[in-house]
Design a binder for this molecule. Structure first.
Ligand code: SD4
Length: 327
Protein backbone atom coordinates (compact mmCIF):
# COMPACT_ATOMS: atom_id res chain seq x y z
CA UNK A 1 0.00 0.00 0.00
CA UNK A 2 1.42 3.43 -0.87
CA UNK A 3 2.23 5.90 1.91
CA UNK A 4 -0.64 8.11 0.79
CA UNK A 5 -3.17 5.27 0.71
CA UNK A 6 -1.96 4.12 4.11
CA UNK A 7 -2.39 7.66 5.41
CA UNK A 8 -5.90 7.96 3.92
CA UNK A 9 -6.89 4.62 5.40
CA UNK A 10 -5.64 5.67 8.83
CA UNK A 11 -7.29 9.10 8.61
CA UNK A 12 -10.55 7.45 7.66
CA UNK A 13 -10.19 4.97 10.48
CA UNK A 14 -9.62 7.71 13.02
CA UNK A 15 -12.43 9.87 11.64
CA UNK A 16 -14.74 6.87 11.95
CA UNK A 17 -13.47 6.13 15.41
CA UNK A 18 -16.24 7.93 17.24
CA UNK A 19 -19.05 7.07 14.81
CA UNK A 20 -20.06 3.61 16.02
CA UNK A 21 -23.29 3.53 13.98
CA UNK A 22 -21.39 3.42 10.67
CA UNK A 23 -21.21 -0.24 9.74
CA UNK A 24 -20.88 -0.66 6.00
CA UNK A 25 -18.13 -0.18 3.41
CA UNK A 26 -15.33 0.29 5.90
CA UNK A 27 -16.35 -2.55 8.13
CA UNK A 28 -12.72 -3.47 8.76
CA UNK A 29 -11.79 -0.11 10.26
CA UNK A 30 -14.92 -0.09 12.38
CA UNK A 31 -14.19 -3.58 13.68
CA UNK A 32 -10.61 -2.56 14.48
CA UNK A 33 -11.97 0.40 16.36
CA UNK A 34 -14.40 -1.74 18.35
CA UNK A 35 -11.41 -3.77 19.45
CA UNK A 36 -9.58 -0.66 20.48
CA UNK A 37 -12.58 0.56 22.46
CA UNK A 38 -11.89 -2.31 24.83
CA UNK A 39 -8.57 -0.68 25.67
CA UNK A 40 -10.28 2.19 27.45
CA UNK A 41 -9.62 3.00 30.20
CA UNK A 42 -5.90 2.59 29.76
CA UNK A 43 -2.95 3.65 31.92
CA UNK A 44 0.67 3.43 30.74
CA UNK A 45 3.80 4.36 32.69
CA UNK A 46 7.50 4.27 32.04
CA UNK A 47 9.69 1.62 33.68
CA UNK A 48 8.95 -1.10 36.21
CA UNK A 49 8.11 1.36 38.97
CA UNK A 50 5.12 2.15 36.74
CA UNK A 51 3.41 -1.07 37.87
CA UNK A 52 2.72 0.22 41.40
CA UNK A 53 1.94 3.71 40.11
CA UNK A 54 -0.55 2.28 37.61
CA UNK A 55 -2.26 0.26 40.35
CA UNK A 56 -2.92 3.45 42.25
CA UNK A 57 -4.06 5.34 39.14
CA UNK A 58 -6.43 2.50 38.31
CA UNK A 59 -7.87 2.52 41.82
CA UNK A 60 -8.50 6.28 41.51
CA UNK A 61 -10.31 5.75 38.20
CA UNK A 62 -12.42 2.99 39.76
CA UNK A 63 -13.43 5.51 42.43
CA UNK A 64 -14.92 7.58 39.60
CA UNK A 65 -12.32 10.30 39.96
CA UNK A 66 -10.93 12.10 36.92
CA UNK A 67 -8.08 10.90 34.73
CA UNK A 68 -6.14 13.96 35.96
CA UNK A 69 -6.57 12.75 39.56
CA UNK A 70 -5.47 9.29 38.45
CA UNK A 71 -2.19 10.41 36.85
CA UNK A 72 -1.38 12.67 39.80
CA UNK A 73 -2.12 10.07 42.49
CA UNK A 74 -0.40 7.35 40.49
CA UNK A 75 3.02 8.95 40.26
CA UNK A 76 2.84 10.11 43.88
CA UNK A 77 3.39 6.45 44.76
CA UNK A 78 6.74 6.57 42.96
CA UNK A 79 7.64 9.96 44.45
CA UNK A 80 7.17 8.47 47.92
CA UNK A 81 8.96 5.17 47.24
CA UNK A 82 12.03 5.26 49.46
CA UNK A 83 13.82 2.62 47.40
CA UNK A 84 13.65 4.72 44.25
CA UNK A 85 16.80 6.62 43.33
CA UNK A 86 15.51 8.42 40.25
CA UNK A 87 12.20 9.97 41.40
CA UNK A 88 11.40 11.97 44.53
CA UNK A 89 13.49 13.41 47.34
CA UNK A 90 15.23 10.08 48.00
CA UNK A 91 16.73 10.28 44.50
CA UNK A 92 20.36 10.83 43.57
CA UNK A 93 21.56 14.42 44.09
CA UNK A 94 23.29 16.91 41.83
CA UNK A 95 27.06 17.34 41.98
CA UNK A 96 26.73 19.63 45.03
CA UNK A 97 24.92 16.85 46.90
CA UNK A 98 21.51 18.55 46.64
CA UNK A 99 18.36 16.82 45.38
CA UNK A 100 16.34 19.00 42.99
CA UNK A 101 13.12 17.80 41.42
CA UNK A 102 11.30 18.40 38.13
CA UNK A 103 7.64 17.56 37.40
CA UNK A 104 4.81 18.36 35.02
CA UNK A 105 1.15 17.51 34.60
CA UNK A 106 -1.18 18.07 31.67
CA UNK A 107 -4.78 17.34 30.78
CA UNK A 108 -6.12 16.77 27.28
CA UNK A 109 -7.87 20.15 27.16
CA UNK A 110 -4.50 21.94 27.16
CA UNK A 111 -4.34 22.82 30.86
CA UNK A 112 -0.83 22.24 32.19
CA UNK A 113 1.49 23.05 35.07
CA UNK A 114 5.08 22.30 36.01
CA UNK A 115 7.80 22.86 38.58
CA UNK A 116 11.53 22.72 37.97
CA UNK A 117 14.66 22.69 40.13
CA UNK A 118 12.56 22.54 43.27
CA UNK A 119 13.93 21.44 46.66
CA UNK A 120 12.37 19.85 49.74
CA UNK A 121 8.95 19.21 48.21
CA UNK A 122 7.89 15.60 48.63
CA UNK A 123 5.28 15.66 45.89
CA UNK A 124 6.38 17.97 43.07
CA UNK A 125 3.60 16.54 40.89
CA UNK A 126 0.98 17.98 43.25
CA UNK A 127 2.81 21.29 43.26
CA UNK A 128 2.79 21.22 39.44
CA UNK A 129 -0.97 20.66 39.55
CA UNK A 130 -1.36 23.64 41.88
CA UNK A 131 0.65 25.77 39.43
CA UNK A 132 -1.78 24.62 36.74
CA UNK A 133 -4.96 25.21 38.73
CA UNK A 134 -4.13 28.04 41.10
CA UNK A 135 -1.80 30.39 39.20
CA UNK A 136 -1.90 32.17 35.85
CA UNK A 137 1.41 30.45 34.97
CA UNK A 138 2.61 27.13 33.59
CA UNK A 139 6.09 26.70 35.11
CA UNK A 140 7.56 27.79 38.45
CA UNK A 141 11.22 27.11 39.19
CA UNK A 142 13.63 26.95 42.11
CA UNK A 143 13.07 29.15 45.14
CA UNK A 144 9.84 30.57 43.68
CA UNK A 145 8.40 27.07 43.39
CA UNK A 146 9.45 26.27 46.96
CA UNK A 147 7.88 29.50 48.24
CA UNK A 148 4.69 28.65 46.38
CA UNK A 149 4.64 25.23 48.06
CA UNK A 150 4.95 26.90 51.47
CA UNK A 151 2.21 29.38 50.58
CA UNK A 152 -0.08 26.48 49.69
CA UNK A 153 0.57 24.76 52.99
CA UNK A 154 2.77 21.96 51.68
CA UNK A 155 5.20 20.92 54.40
CA UNK A 156 8.86 21.02 53.37
CA UNK A 157 11.00 17.96 54.02
CA UNK A 158 14.41 18.09 55.73
CA UNK A 159 17.22 18.37 53.21
CA UNK A 160 19.02 15.11 53.98
CA UNK A 161 20.10 12.54 51.41
CA UNK A 162 18.52 9.09 51.71
CA UNK A 163 21.02 6.46 52.91
CA UNK A 164 21.30 4.87 49.45
CA UNK A 165 21.73 8.26 47.75
CA UNK A 166 24.34 9.35 50.33
CA UNK A 167 26.32 6.18 49.76
CA UNK A 168 26.20 6.58 45.98
CA UNK A 169 27.12 10.26 46.19
CA UNK A 170 30.15 9.60 48.42
CA UNK A 171 31.30 6.97 45.94
CA UNK A 172 30.75 9.31 43.00
CA UNK A 173 32.73 12.11 44.68
CA UNK A 174 35.89 10.02 44.49
CA UNK A 175 36.06 10.62 40.73
CA UNK A 176 33.39 13.32 40.27
CA UNK A 177 32.92 12.27 36.68
CA UNK A 178 29.79 13.43 34.90
CA UNK A 179 28.74 10.34 33.01
CA UNK A 180 25.02 9.64 32.59
CA UNK A 181 24.34 5.94 33.05
CA UNK A 182 21.72 4.50 30.75
CA UNK A 183 18.76 2.51 32.16
CA UNK A 184 19.75 3.16 35.80
CA UNK A 185 18.63 0.06 37.75
CA UNK A 186 15.95 -0.36 35.13
CA UNK A 187 14.05 2.71 36.19
CA UNK A 188 14.32 6.41 35.69
CA UNK A 189 11.83 9.24 35.33
CA UNK A 190 8.21 8.15 35.68
CA UNK A 191 6.01 9.39 32.87
CA UNK A 192 2.38 8.30 33.03
CA UNK A 193 -0.23 8.78 30.31
CA UNK A 194 -3.81 7.65 30.64
CA UNK A 195 -7.25 7.67 29.17
CA UNK A 196 -10.57 7.20 30.94
CA UNK A 197 -13.52 5.22 29.58
CA UNK A 198 -14.81 8.30 27.75
CA UNK A 199 -11.52 8.98 26.02
CA UNK A 200 -10.41 11.93 28.17
CA UNK A 201 -6.65 11.97 28.56
CA UNK A 202 -4.06 13.29 31.01
CA UNK A 203 -0.40 12.78 31.76
CA UNK A 204 2.17 13.31 34.49
CA UNK A 205 5.95 13.20 34.61
CA UNK A 206 8.21 13.45 37.67
CA UNK A 207 11.91 12.92 38.35
CA UNK A 208 14.93 13.78 40.43
CA UNK A 209 16.65 14.20 37.08
CA UNK A 210 20.11 13.18 36.04
CA UNK A 211 22.33 12.05 38.86
CA UNK A 212 25.24 14.46 39.51
CA UNK A 213 23.89 17.08 37.12
CA UNK A 214 25.13 20.68 37.46
CA UNK A 215 23.31 22.61 40.16
CA UNK A 216 20.48 24.40 38.40
CA UNK A 217 20.17 21.91 35.54
CA UNK A 218 16.60 21.29 34.42
CA UNK A 219 15.71 18.30 32.27
CA UNK A 220 12.89 17.55 29.87
CA UNK A 221 10.38 16.34 32.47
CA UNK A 222 8.96 19.74 33.48
CA UNK A 223 9.08 21.12 29.92
CA UNK A 224 5.65 20.84 28.35
CA UNK A 225 6.15 19.37 24.87
CA UNK A 226 9.47 17.74 25.78
CA UNK A 227 8.85 15.31 28.67
CA UNK A 228 5.06 15.35 28.36
CA UNK A 229 2.32 16.42 25.99
CA UNK A 230 -1.40 15.63 25.91
CA UNK A 231 -4.13 16.63 23.49
CA UNK A 232 -7.57 14.99 23.72
CA UNK A 233 -8.05 15.48 19.98
CA UNK A 234 -5.01 13.36 19.15
CA UNK A 235 -3.21 11.53 21.96
CA UNK A 236 -0.51 11.78 24.58
CA UNK A 237 3.21 11.13 24.87
CA UNK A 238 5.87 11.11 27.55
CA UNK A 239 9.62 10.65 27.65
CA UNK A 240 12.39 9.24 29.80
CA UNK A 241 16.15 9.24 29.50
CA UNK A 242 18.68 11.94 28.75
CA UNK A 243 16.55 15.06 28.92
CA UNK A 244 18.82 17.26 26.83
CA UNK A 245 18.24 15.04 23.81
CA UNK A 246 14.48 15.06 24.37
CA UNK A 247 14.30 18.84 24.74
CA UNK A 248 16.33 19.30 21.54
CA UNK A 249 13.60 17.66 19.46
CA UNK A 250 10.51 18.67 21.54
CA UNK A 251 10.03 14.91 21.79
CA UNK A 252 6.54 14.51 23.25
CA UNK A 253 5.05 17.32 21.18
CA UNK A 254 6.68 15.86 18.07
CA UNK A 255 5.05 12.48 18.72
CA UNK A 256 1.61 14.00 19.26
CA UNK A 257 1.97 16.05 16.07
CA UNK A 258 3.04 12.95 14.11
CA UNK A 259 -0.05 11.17 15.43
CA UNK A 260 -2.15 14.18 14.42
CA UNK A 261 -0.93 13.56 10.88
CA UNK A 262 -2.25 10.01 11.06
CA UNK A 263 0.80 8.07 12.24
CA UNK A 264 0.08 5.31 14.79
CA UNK A 265 1.72 5.75 18.23
CA UNK A 266 4.37 3.10 17.56
CA UNK A 267 5.47 4.73 14.32
CA UNK A 268 5.41 8.18 15.92
CA UNK A 269 7.67 7.01 18.77
CA UNK A 270 10.07 5.40 16.28
CA UNK A 271 10.21 8.57 14.21
CA UNK A 272 10.95 10.67 17.30
CA UNK A 273 13.81 8.33 18.26
CA UNK A 274 15.14 8.53 14.71
CA UNK A 275 15.02 12.34 14.93
CA UNK A 276 16.81 12.32 18.29
CA UNK A 277 19.52 10.03 16.93
CA UNK A 278 20.03 12.35 13.96
CA UNK A 279 20.83 15.24 16.35
CA UNK A 280 22.72 13.29 19.01
CA UNK A 281 26.52 13.47 19.20
CA UNK A 282 27.06 10.47 21.47
CA UNK A 283 24.63 7.66 20.77
CA UNK A 284 26.54 4.93 22.67
CA UNK A 285 25.99 6.59 26.02
CA UNK A 286 22.60 8.14 25.33
CA UNK A 287 19.34 6.45 26.17
CA UNK A 288 15.93 7.94 25.62
CA UNK A 289 12.57 6.21 25.55
CA UNK A 290 9.15 7.39 24.44
CA UNK A 291 5.68 6.14 25.29
CA UNK A 292 2.50 7.23 23.48
CA UNK A 293 -1.23 6.60 23.14
CA UNK A 294 -3.68 7.93 20.60
CA UNK A 295 -7.28 8.80 21.17
CA UNK A 296 -8.42 5.41 19.90
CA UNK A 297 -6.53 3.69 22.70
CA UNK A 298 -3.70 2.42 20.50
CA UNK A 299 -0.27 2.75 22.07
CA UNK A 300 3.41 2.38 21.30
CA UNK A 301 6.88 2.77 22.78
CA UNK A 302 10.42 2.92 21.45
CA UNK A 303 13.91 3.66 22.74
CA UNK A 304 17.42 4.13 21.40
CA UNK A 305 18.95 1.16 23.26
CA UNK A 306 17.36 -1.99 24.70
CA UNK A 307 16.36 -1.96 28.36
CA UNK A 308 13.44 0.46 28.34
CA UNK A 309 10.17 -1.03 29.52
CA UNK A 310 6.73 0.25 30.40
CA UNK A 311 3.82 -0.77 32.59
CA UNK A 312 0.35 -1.21 31.11
CA UNK A 313 -2.90 -1.41 33.04
CA UNK A 314 -6.28 -1.99 31.44
CA UNK A 315 -9.55 -3.79 32.18
CA UNK A 316 -8.21 -7.19 31.16
CA UNK A 317 -5.09 -6.98 33.30
CA UNK A 318 -1.72 -5.42 33.87
CA UNK A 319 1.78 -6.18 32.70
CA UNK A 320 5.27 -4.91 32.07
CA UNK A 321 6.33 -4.73 28.43
CA UNK A 322 9.79 -4.45 26.93
CA UNK A 323 9.84 -1.63 24.41
CA UNK A 324 11.48 -2.24 21.05
CA UNK A 325 14.62 -0.25 20.43
CA UNK A 326 16.66 1.06 17.53
CA UNK A 327 19.87 -0.82 18.42
C1 SD4 B 1 16.02 14.13 32.94
N1 SD4 B 1 14.58 12.66 31.69
O1 SD4 B 1 16.10 14.89 33.89
C2 SD4 B 1 15.00 13.06 33.00
C3 SD4 B 1 15.41 11.94 33.86
C4 SD4 B 1 16.72 11.41 33.76
O2 SD4 B 1 18.24 10.06 32.62
O3 SD4 B 1 17.48 11.60 34.64
N2 SD4 B 1 17.04 10.67 32.73
O4 SD4 B 1 16.75 14.22 31.96
Amino acid sequence: MTGRRKFLKRSLASSLAFVPWLTSANGLEIEEHRDREKFKPLILSTWNHGMAANDKAWEVLQDKKSILDAVEQGVKVTEADLSNLSVGLQGLPDREGIVTLDASIMSGDGACGAVAFVRQVKHPISLARKVMEETPHVLLAGEGARQFAIARGMALEKEVLSPKAEEAYQKWKKTSQYKPIINIENHDTIGMIGMDSEGKMAGSCTTSGLAYKMHGRVGDSPIIGAGLYVDDEVGAATATGLGEEVIRICGSFLIVELMRQGRPPQEACEEAVRRAISKCKNIESTQIGFLAINRDGEYGAFSIHPGFNYARHQEKGKDLIDAKSKY
